[in-house]
Design a protein around this ligand. Structure first.
Ligand code: PRX
Length: 665
């Protein structure tokens, strides 16, 4: 089905465009009439005026004091809902209980050991949050106290975040897979005085000692004076007298009555949290998000992009809360909208490859949001695992984090969505706080591999080097021309770096660092990070198109390409390929894949060589690290590997690359 639909277009260089595009994806998925009729978004949403839209949508929140000015914009500084006062915990928890929805499940929490299942209603959530907020208060936390949180996917994690927001204490959640150094650096940078962690976390059937890692981090961060330790496994842990206290002991004897701990009225522009994101070399950036604009943005996009119906949907964002996706689309957006969500502690393959599908069946999940890397893992494991379960409750699927290869999109559509669910491919970033480019289900005709249209009230463009719009058909740099409510207010403590990274390439315009092209219908195709663009014989090509061509071969589960220097063509393409289960690497397979790329895209995109590998090097959030693949392709020492999820993967790849030059021309 693939080749017939993905014919190679002309590879002639496109004048004035920064990145060439060669792949043409012709498959179209218009919304069904039935979905369209019930959809939250209707076509007229695209006609809405910017000011009207963001003013009206702010009405989905409760404001203690109304805002007086919609936004101000002095690049790079934006402010939204100026003068407004609100509280995030009130909007995410208390108001639902006050409205009589206390018995509704907020989270179906499921532990990695499958026998642990805890439904948490909005009333339960309120009690837990109030109790813990009282504990924090007693330990000296108040409005403005910086709190670090280092936990796995346990109920105490959202409870801790919400308790901070109740008191007006900004938090930084550090993903539970990060090292002691990463945690220590972040706690120092934010000036945290409190850390909330847990004894151990479950990871693929094994306990991981988070408290031990936290203790190491605390040596680097003497500013932290109080450590609260939730007990997940009840393993014995070292507790430092005067500094460390167990969660249960901190809460003992305190009230869970909401009146005992009112929600602090916060200014719309008060800091809500920092989310650190690693640059390629320098120290991580503390991306700042504030209260009002962030919450309006997360709630509004969650409502429309996921077509969320609080009364009937069971929503599951399978990310980790330690990333921005989990902040905006597990915790803040869905809770603001009164959602019933699944919160799952473990990995997709424990104890077996069908764990996710078992969960979908158990809770009757209707909306599933995940990442291309997870979808490709499921492809690698085989569709039979999903086929064992009843997935008929699903009605919408989402993707985020990387460009999704068209073949992975089709696999997701057929094997998970039963060919009936719209797929929303959502483009956004830690810095944007909220989805900015995505289909609106029921309105948008989707195309596998395209994030389609800017969200209403979001002004996106694609510029060439000179800062001119490339227009339909062209590839270039993705930019945002106007602010949006969830835009980061800056890099914590480093305004110069903020200016430099995002605002210096095109003055007054936000440069996202991604390449993109717009097609004749005005749909956006994300091309990956511009740093990854390759130049082969004068053709500037994105990695994603060649990777997608490889993934469109039935033997391939996952592929990544990188360039190495070449005396004749300037750069030559090296592909790293993971085969689906049941296929073997061989010289014949290598030739077949090279020819497949030549056929699907163009002979100039044909990889010079292919390295077969069981795993690709990825960051802990699942993104392929092409920078390291470049080092492997060039046969040079590896750059910084500290952000790798599994450092052993690249060492193995170097060995394989050294032994496999068979495909070289
Ligand atoms: O390169 C884009 C890619 O992920 C980057 C943002 O990463 P992060 O800040 O970790 O946030 C991930 C979750 C929002 C972007 O600059 N990216 C994210 N979503 C997509 C994507 N690339 C293509 N298509 C997407 N849907």
């Amino acid at each position: 089905m693939t080749d017939a639909n993905q014919q190679g277009a002309s590879p002639a260089p496109q004048q004035g465009h920064s990145i060439e595009t060669m792949q043409v994806e012709e498959r179209r998925f218009p919304p069904s009439a039935a979905f369209a009729a019930q959809a939250n978004a209707q076509p007229a949403i695209y006609d809405r005026d910017f000011d009207e839209l963001w003013s009206t949508e702010a009405g989905r929140l409760d404001w203690f004091e109304p805002w007086t000015e919609l936004y101000s914009w002095n690049p790079p500084q934006a402010e939204w809902y100026i003068g407004g006062k609100l509280n995030v915990c009130h909007n995410c928890v208390d108001r639902h209980v006050l409205a009589g929805r206390g018995d509704k499940v907020a989270f179906h929490w499921e532990g990695e050991p499958a026998d642990e299942i805890v439904p948490i209603t909005y009333s339960d959530l309120q009690s837990r949050v109030v109790l813990f907020a009282n504990a924090l208060k007693k330990l000296g936390v108040q409005k403005g106290t910086a709190v670090a949180i280092y936990m796995g996917m346990v109920p105490e994690l959202p409870v801790a975040m919400l308790a901070c927001t109740r008191l007006g204490a900004p938090h930084t959640v550090v993903f539970g897979g990060f090292s002691a150094d990463s945690l220590g650096d972040r706690m120092v940078d934010m000036g945290c005085t409190v850390l909330i962690t847990q004894d151990e976390a479950w990871r693929r059937g094994k306990p991981v000692g988070l408290k031990i890692i936290a203790d190491e981090a605390l040596e680097l961060a003497p500013n932290v004076q109080t450590v609260i330790v939730a007990q997940r496994t009840f393993a014995p842990v070292a507790m430092q007298a005067g500094r460390d206290v167990f969660w249960a002991d901190a809460c003992a004897g305190l009230s869970d009555d909401p009146a005992s701990c009112p929600c602090e009225p916060m200014d719309a522009e008060d800091l809500l949290f920092l989310m650190y994101t690693s640059g390629t070399t320098a120290k991580p950036k503390g991306i700042a998000h504030t209260t009002g604009g962030y919450l309006v943005g997360a709630a509004t996009t969650h409502h429309y992009v996921f077509d969320h119906k609080p009364e009937t949907d069971v929503y599951w964002c399978a990310a980790d809360i330690g990333w921005i996706t989990g902040h905006s689309y597990i915790v803040y957006g869905p809770l603001a909208n009164g959602a019933t969500s699944v919160l799952y502690e473990g990995t997709p393959d424990f104890p077996a490859h069908d764990r996710w599908w078992e969960i979908v069946e158990r809770y009757g999940v209707t909306i599933l949001y995940t990442a291309p890397t997870a979808i490709r893992s499921h492809m690698k494991w085989g569709a039979e695992h999903a086929a064992k379960h009843d997935l008929s409750t699903l009605r919408l699927l989402g993707s985020v984090g990387e460009p999704i290869n068209p073949e992975a999109w089709i696999w997701y559509h057929e094997h998970i969505g039963g060919a009936r669910c719209p797929i929303v491919d959502t483009w956004w970033q830690t810095e944007t706080g909220m989805i900015l480019i995505a289909p609106l289900p029921g309105v948008t005709t989707t195309k596998p591999g395209s994030a389609t249209k800017p969200f209403p009230g979001v002004d996106v463009g694609v510029f060439n080097e000179a800062g001119e719009e490339v227009g339909p058909g062209g590839g270039g740099y993705l930019v945002l021309k106007k602010p949006w409510p969830g835009i980061t207010r800056g890099i914590f403590g480093d305004p110069e770096r903020f200016q430099d990274v995002y605002w210096s390439r095109f003055p007054g315009v936000y440069f996202a660092g991604d390449g993109a092209r717009i097609d004749e219908d005005g749909d956006y195709w994300l091309l990956g990070r511009v740093d990854d663009v390759m130049n082969v014989a004068g053709h500037r090509m994105s990695t994603i198109e060649i990777e997608s061509a490889l993934v469109s071969h039935p033997a391939v589960a996952e592929a990544a390409v990188a360039a190495r220097a070449d005396a004749i063509t300037g750069q030559a393409i090296v592909a790293f390929v993971t085969l689906r289960s049941g296929f073997e690497s061989s010289v014949a397979m290598l030739e077949e894949l090279r020819n497949h790329v030549a056929h699907v895209i163009s002979p100039i995109a044909k990889p010079a060589n292919i390295v077969f590998t069981p795993e690709l090097p990825k960051t802990r959030s699942g993104k392929i690290m092409r920078r390291l693949l470049r080092d492997v392709a060039e046969n040079r020492p590896l750059g910084d590997t500290t952000t790798l999820a599994d450092p052993s993967v690249v060492g193995e790849l170097q060995d394989r690359a050294a032994g496999e030059n068979a495909g070289e021309e």
